[in-house]
Design a binder for this molecule. Structure first.
Ligand SMILES: [Mg+2]
Length: 390
């Protein structure tokens, strides 16, 4: 039996690309100057720039090597705390375990994390390990991961774009686009007006046949979410997303009851299947958006997808099309109708020039088909991985 011989997590560059973009940008990306409503908007010194309070920690790479020398690679976030959880706790306890036993290993990791909680930062550590294990399994079997989990379920993935450079999204051929909401309760009535103005201008730009969504990134309370949704009703949003602090589960129930006509999406800051089971049982949201690099990796997201499917709730991974991991999930899971691609890069730079890994697919004309290379088809060598380290 092939067993796990080593597990190693380390800091990597967070701006990994398949190559240096050669095409010059036409203008700076929207994120360089746009105010985005956030949970910290109530504090004036953090209101204009959310980067001012977010942690400046490197991305995390996790390399798992099997007894026959085959290796797999996963990535996640949040630097030293996540690296320590892998290298000082979870990783050493998995050495000697069967390398292909992803169900057993995920169950072990979440149980080992239970004294400090399998959600939050531990979710990032478990995800990095789980993704590396699935990459390893695919390589051992010579199959793309999407095939191992029952795919393909669709000829291609329909991809929507997230970000406020909407004209660029339309030029790239996306048929659905999501705005980051600039203002929350801290901006008062003027902010409500500005939000409505942005959504109205965007609807006028894209016309009636493109889907439009609004991401509210945990910035609202129930009252503000209801008030803004009523203002925006003429613009026919496909959904409003992440209106509330994620742990406020009663607030989600209240919002659901007070906005029966508006589709609500959430879940990128829920980390364990139990949160989704609760949300499914109480129909707290219409669309679940776990992140495959945060919510227990592929194994965690497959469990969430099973819960969602039984409740008739679609799963559209958070930023799933920005990683090969999310691409394989969305290609294989029948209840995952769209994939999200976050556009943080500048208009004019082709998406094929700014990939996380050279082997992964980039959206073209609002569509994507993942690589069929073994594992997640990252297209990197151990030397390439060594070069990512910081
Ligand atoms: Mg979001």
């Amino acid at each position: 039996m092939i067993t796990i011989s080593s597990v190693q997590a380390f800091a990597i560059r967070s701006d990994l690309t398949g190559g240096t973009p050669v095409t010059p940008p036409r203008r700076p990306a929207w994120g360089a100057s746009a105010e985005v409503a956030s949970p910290m908007s109530r504090y004036p010194r953090f209101k204009l720039d959310r980067a001012a309070w977010r942690p400046k920690m490197p991305a995390v790479g996790c390399l798992v090597t099997a007894s026959d020398g085959t290796w797999g690679f996963g990535v996640s976030r949040y630097g030293a705390p996540v690296i320590d959880l892998v290298n000082q706790h979870l990783g050493p306890l998995l050495v000697g375990e069967p390398a292909m036993a992803t169900e057993r290993l995920w169950d072990m990791m979440t149980r080992m994390a239970s004294p400090y909680g399998a959600a939050g930062l531990a979710g990032y550590a478990i995800s990095a390990l789980d993704l590396a294990l699935w990459d390893l399994k695919g390589k051992l079997l010579g199959q793309p991961v999407w095939s191992l989990i029952g795919g393909p379920s669709r000829p291609h993935i329909d991809v929507y774009a997230t970000g406020n450079d909407t004209d660029w999204h339309m030029e790239l051929g996306f048929r659905a686009t999501k705005l980051a909401c600039p203002h929350g309760p801290a901006s008062g009535l003027a902010g409500l007006d500005a939000n409505e103005d942005l959504v109205g201008r965007t609807r006028a730009l894209i016309g009636p046949d493109i889907e439009l969504m609004l991401d509210c990134w945990m910035a609202f309370d129930v009252e503000y979410a209801v008030r803004l949704a009523e203002r925006l009703r003429p613009y026919r949003l496909r959904w409003m997303e992440d209106c509330l602090i994620p742990d406020d589960l009663d607030g989600h129930a209240t919002l659901r009851a007070r906005l029966p006509w508006m589709a609500l999406a959430t879940g990128e800051h829920w980390y364990v299947p139990q949160n989704f089971a609760h949300a499914a049982a109480h129909r707290l949201a219409d669309i679940f958006q776990p992140d495959i690099g945060w919510a227990g990796g592929l194994t965690g997201c497959l469990r969430i997808a099973a819960i969602a499917d039984a409740a008739g709730i679609p799963v559209m991974l958070h930023a799933g099309m920005n990683t090969p991991y999310g691409q394989h999930f969305a290609y294989a899971v029948p209840g995952s109708p769209w994939g999200e691609y976050f556009l943080g890069t500048a208009p004019g730079v082709p998406l094929d020039e700014v990939k996380l890994f050279p082997g992964m697919a980039a959206p073209a004309d609002g569509r994507l088909i993942p690589s069929d290379a073994p594992g997640f088809g990252l297209g990197v060598s151990l030397d390439d991985i060594a070069a990512m380290r910081v």
